[in-house]
Ligand binder design. Structure first.
Ligand SMILES: *Cc1c(COP(=O)(O)O)cnc(C)c1O
Length: 465
């Protein structure tokens, strides 16, 4: 008998969409997920079954028909599940851009929840009962922390820099060293940002050496601003030169153009842990007119871009209509406010998770890793677990040359390759992200909160069933 015909006969055994929707378990699903979503799940389920029927697989079709309610439930639940899910970061990369960069402290997350669920004085002056300024909330705190006259917050550092260029240099030249025409994170290229800001790029010096004399030679009537960009994610080593900050400040002052520095990482004060990361306070004290940096790198807060510096520069940026498109919402302000309070308290190293993780020493990590290994011995005896010395990374395009000594928990499974283990962990809930290398799955507890360890152990016990 031709296969097509057999398939056609078989397909008559499939119920219609409406018949499936009548079933009692499917009706319950409609209450939970909504009828439209369940109808979609039914259609998908029947389409899959039809494929089996068309292939003439009688037994397969019978099984598929019997499993329709379960399959509809599975598909409806999957469609309703949140797309953004929790991930335990066992990679040891602290500011992991793909995993949402800096984790918020509990206090900051609580503030977001409190403010997000209700109304707030976002643009309301509680004293006068009149309209207030959303921008005003963090300005005083940022100013005090950074030693800046004024500050504003934009959607991210890229937005802060775009706004600065558009405000200060549209139609004019931006002077920048050839060694600083960088790309950060794949889609952020300094020359593109300058172009979008309506400015013309004026390259200064060479890739490895740029001197103050090169800037002097480039300054002219077309100059709109002098820009210095921190080479966040790479270093130029060997035969190199770049001018001192003070010389650039002096030159910009003489030329009558603003000096803007894109710092990237958001380190507020110099840190002995990250000796080559520039600090915002240092630049402002040296006389830079405006610094920009991210809220979710070493500041340890939400995605945001801070621009801080001279009052007239920041006010001009705030008056720019583009700012309306780049400003932040109340949840971001609430989280940033909380993390700035932590920095102002002088206890940031203890209170801000990203900074706490960076400061963990290998000894502390060794004892936690040993505890995890012991827990796995009883909890998941099929795993082969050992401790190895390794390195964590700062991440987020910050301090590429800094390698933090750590202790890795290397995990192997007799029936499961390290890649298969990693895949299985990614599929769990919460998902776990880990490294694979040296023939094992490698877990770095530096980026795992101690409170997440029970969930990590549970995930490892269920991995590779
Ligand atoms: C990370 C970085 C950016 C981009 O910051 P976002 O907050 O991701 O927009 C820009 N400039 C430098 C130097 C950076 O390090």
């Amino acid at each position: 008998m031709p296969k097509g015909r057999a398939g056609g006969e078989l397909l008559r055994r499939l119920p219609s969409v409406d018949q499936v929707l009548e079933g009692s378990s499917v009706r319950e699903l409609c209450v939970r997920h909504g009828r439209a979503a369940v109808r979609r799940a039914v259609r998908e389920t029947l389409a899959a079954a039809r494929g089996i029927g068309r292939a003439g697989d009688e037994a397969g079709l019978e099984a598929a028909v019997a499993a329709i309610p379960a399959e509809v439930a599975r598909r409806a639940a999957r469609a309703a599940a949140p797309s953004l899910r929790r991930v335990i970061n066992a990679t040891g990369v602290v500011v992991h851009t793909n995993l949402g960069r800096a984790p918020l402290s509990e206090a900051a997350a609580r503030r977001v929840a409190e403010l997000a669920a209700g109304y707030s004085n976002l643009e309301y002056d509680l004293g006068s009962g009149r309209r207030g300024l959303r921008e005003a909330h963090l300005e005083a705190r940022l100013g005090a922390l950074l030693g800046a006259e004024a500050a504003l917050v934009a959607n991210n550092n890229a937005a802060a820099l775009l706004l600065a260029v558009d405000t200060l240099a549209a139609g004019r030249e931006v002077l920048i060293s050839r060694g600083e025409l960088v790309e950060i994170g794949g889609s952020f290229r300094i020359p593109d940002v300058l172009q979008k800001g309506g400015a013309r790029l004026r390259e200064v010096g060479t890739t490895n050496r740029t001197r103050i004399g090169d800037y002097e030679a480039a300054v002219g009537p077309e100059s709109g601003l002098l820009l210095r960009v921190h080479r966040s994610n790479f270093e130029i080593v060997g035969f190199t030169a770049s001018p001192r900050l003070g010389d650039l400040v002096e030159l910009a002052g003489r030329a009558g153009i603003p000096f803007v520095e894109d710092l990237g990482s958001g380190l507020l004060e110099p840190s002995p842990l990250l000796p080559r990361e520039p600090a915002a306070r240092t630049s402002l004290e040296a006389g830079v007119d405006l610094v920009t940096f991210s809220g979710d790198k070493l500041l340890g807060g939400p995605q945001a871009g801070v621009a801080a510096g001279r009052r007239h520069v920041v006010d001009a940026m705030r008056r720019n209509p583009l700012y309306r498109a780049l400003r932040v919402d109340k949840m971001t302000l609430a989280a940033l406010d909380a993390v700035l309070v932590d920095h102002a308290s002088g206890e940031a190293a203890a209170r801000v998770p990203a900074l706490r993780m960076l400061a963990l020493d290998a000894e502390a990590l060794r004892s936690r890793s040993a505890g995890l290994a012991t827990a796995l011995e009883t909890g998941a005896p099929e795993l082969v677990v050992e401790l190895r010395a390794g390195r964590s990374a700062v991440g987020g395009g910050a301090a590429p040359a800094v390698e933090l000594p750590t202790v890795l928990v290397a995990v192997r499974h007799p029936d499961c390759s390290p890649d298969a283990l990693a895949r299985s962990l990614r599929a769990g809930d919460p998902a776990v992200a880990a490294r694979v290398g040296e023939g094992a799955l490698l877990l770095d507890l530096r980026t795992v909160d101690p409170g997440e360890e029970p969930a990590l152990i549970r995930a490892l016990r269920l991995a590779c069933p």
